[in-house]
Design a protein around this ligand. Structure first.
Ligand SMILES: N[C@@H](CCC(=O)N[C@@H](CS)C(=O)NCC(=O)O)C(=O)O
Length: 249
């Protein structure tokens, strides 16, 4: 049975891979252990983690293929590996069009939403040196995110609102990696004051359905997170372009 190790930070984008691994484990298809990093404490920049991923990012997945150790970085690559190695876990639609729809969502979330918009809100000091310019960067990220949330809500199918939709009440009908990612962004949106629960009924209903899954319950307990965790105060003011990681997800 395949065995994995996931390097993760609580509530970070690694949460989607954590949920995928738990789905695989609950289905009896593989097992995993975790190494926890605290981004606010700078664990991602410590030599022992940089030896695992020189980019200083979670998630990282380690596993063996034919006895040989492999280390895989990048969220989408990790999700792709887990879905491809464990088709019985049904983490992606089996048909080509359905799978492409999933990647349409996943790539948009990883690029436009995470790498482009959210990074400006998380780390304005990486984009500008002066406090006023940093405030403008953050405001730009927030405006982009509001647009993303409207786009996201409009693209979710109406049936996610049906209380009786059950196992077909997810973003693509059946549960998939898309839902595992959407709950990460819903939690971030709450923490950063976008109040998605007040403005986006489809995304909220979908999140509640995803949250009720045994895999998600277990992972949230394991990471010691909830949907309602408040944002901790920044440990340092965002004043330096070399100030990385002070405002983690
Ligand atoms: N391109 C990477 C980005 C991963 C990433 O940004 N991870 C964040 C957590 S959500 C991180 O580790 N941040 C630490 C830092 O930037 O110092 C991926 O998609 O996996």
């Amino acid at each position: 049975m395949p065995h994995y190790r996931l390097y993760y930070a609580p509530g970070a984008c690694s949460l989607a891979a954590h949920i995928a691994l738990e789905e695989i484990q609950l289905a009896g298809l593989g097992d995993y252990a975790t190494t926890r990093l605290l981004l606010a404490a700078g664990d991602q920049r410590k030599p022992e983690f940089l030896a695992v991923n020189a980019r200083g990012h979670v998630p990282v997945l380690s596993f063996r293929v034919d006895g040989e150790a492999q280390t895989l970085t990048e969220n989408l690559a990790i999700l792709r590996l887990l879905a491809g190695r464990h088709p019985q876990a049904k983490l992606l639609p089996a048909d080509a069009v359905g799978a492409a729809r999933a990647w349409e969502w996943l790539s948009w979330l990883a690029t436009d939403v995470h790498a482009h918009a959210f990074m400006q809100v998380f780390y304005p000091a990486r984009y500008a040196a002066e406090a006023a310019a940093q405030a403008a960067v953050e405001a730009s990220g927030r405006a982009l995110l509001r647009h993303c949330w409207q786009d996201l809500e409009a693209r979710l199918p109406r049936q996610v609102l049906d209380a009786g939709a059950g196992a077909q009440g997810y973003a693509l009908g059946a549960f998939s990696l898309v839902d595992a990612c959407l709950i990460v962004f819903f939690r971030w949106a709450r923490r950063y004051g976008f109040a998605p629960q007040e403005h986006y009924p489809r995304w909220t209903a979908l999140t509640q359905r995803t949250l009720a899954r045994p895999s998600v319950q277990r992972v949230f307990a394991d990471e010691h997170i909830t949907l309602d965790d408040p944002l901790p105060a920044r440990s340092k003011p965002a004043v330096s372009m070399s100030s990385f990681g002070e405002n983690a997800a």
